[in-house]
Design a protein around this ligand. Structure first.
Ligand SMILES: NC(=O)c1ccc[n+]([C@@H]2O[C@H](COP(=O)([O-])OP(=O)(O)OC[C@H]3O[C@@H](n4cnc5c(N)ncnc54)[C@H](OP(=O)(O)O)[C@@H]3O)[C@@H](O)[C@H]2O)c1
Length: 336
């Protein structure tokens, strides 16, 4: 399946809107760990805000492979209280704010990445998050897709800019370039002036990675195809998947080269003596979201969406995720 690639419009300004806040909302939650079927619609009270929190009326949310692991119980979370509302990122309109919140007004267009928000996740019509996990949405990024960007684009930006510190002219491999993090990593590494090689399996995935700007694409599941990299001394790798193909690519990194991967990549790459190999977690926060907004404003990054589902079809989104070969990110459209 070809991924839809949304190109942000140049300058879109939206009239500030007041939002009706009902007493209850629909949220997709689990009452126990299990297969996608355990994810069902619940009617829940709309959470109220404390002084440093923001209530967001959500338009879209991201679906990540970590959500599936939380759902099936394989992600080690402490103190899970059921029903548990999934989702760590999304976008919408500020519906209410706490008494100490100065950076936002009701009606502002915002996006947020918040790991385990205490009052429930983003698979819901409303979410309450600490205001420092919220950022203003840049003009030109539409609300129906912005929520499907946040966690994975932040991960890519921090991987390329903060952990690998990619510089112009470097030869950078994005391992798993057609996935949710990889599709942004390709674009950001190109923006930094790198020579970018992406790995992707299948024609659709390879074409997508090329459209996003990669200079070359190889199939990491095909050792013969990987042989094409032998002539290139790689400076750096951002890895979004692990395994034999990745180990083979790390063998091609020059002395004192760098490899970075987000925690969660399995199996994690083996440590090396002459190449630095390190993991990282995407950092949320107002500063990070402002950096991401600047990136989107300046570069008009493309937003590759593999599939969109309505909120009450979140279980179908998880089934799609589990079938694999997802080009870009899967998302939930929450309101139109
Ligand atoms: N710690 C953090 O803060 C953080 C944040 C974001 C993501 N993560 C982690 O980062 C990883 C990537 O996330 P994502 O959302 O980008 O996942 P994703 O969308 O599934 O992307 C992974 C990519 O790797 C490819 N791939 C998988 N197995 C492969 C193999 N054996 N050989 C070659 N390529 C392979 C996939 O291609 P196919 O589709 O062809 O299999 C896909 O393009 C996940 O483990 C996630 O949990 C961590």
């Amino acid at each position: 399946m070809a991924a839809a690639v949304t190109a942000p419009k140049k300058a879109v300004t939206t009239a500030r809107r007041r939002v009706q806040i009902p007493d209850t909302m629909i949220a997709e939650a689990i009452d126990r760990f299990g297969p996608p079927e355990v994810l069902t619609a619940h009617r829940r009270p709309v959470p109220s805000v404390s002084p440093n929190e923001v209530l967001i009326s959500l338009r879209s949310a991201g679906v990540g492979n970590w959500d599936a692991r939380i759902r099936d119980g394989s992600w080690a979370l402490d103190k899970v209280r059921f029903p548990y509302v999934l989702g760590v990122d999304g976008a919408g309109i500020v519906a209410a704010k706490g008494s100490r919140v100065r950076r936002f007004d009701v009606g502002d267009r915002v996006w947020s990445y918040s790991y385990r928000p205490a009052k429930g996740g983003f698979y819901a019509e409303f979410v309450v998050v600490p205001s420092h996990d919220v950022g203003h949405l840049p003009d030109g990024v539409d609300l129906t897709h912005a929520g499907m960007v946040v966690a994975t684009a932040l991960t890519a930006q921090q991987g390329i800019d903060d952990h690998l510190r990619v510089r112009g002219g470097e030869r950078v491999l994005i391992f798993g370039a057609s996935g949710a993090v990889g599709t942004y990593a390709v674009q950001i590494a190109k923006l930094r002036g790198a020579h970018v090689i992406g790995t992707a399996t299948g024609r659709d995935a390879q074409e997508l990675v090329q459209r996003l700007g990669a200079d070359a694409v190889v199939d990491a599941r095909d050792l013969r195809d990987l042989g094409r990299l032998k002539q290139i001394a790689l400076d750096a790798i951002l890895a979004t998947a692990g395994g034999d193909g990745l180990e083979h690519c790390i063998d091609l990194v020059r002395k004192r080269g760098r490899v970075a991967y987000p925690d969660g990549v399995e199996p994690p790459p083996k440590p090396r003596t002459e190449v630095s190999v390190g993991s990282f977690d995407a950092v949320p926060g107002a500063h990070e979201l402002d950096r991401l907004a600047k990136l989107f404003l300046g570069a008009h990054l493309r937003i590759p969406i593999a599939a969109e589902y309505s909120l009450t079809h979140a279980a179908d989104a998880h089934r799609r995720l589990e079938r694999g070969r997802v080009l870009g990110r899967i998302g939930l459209r929450i309101r139109h």
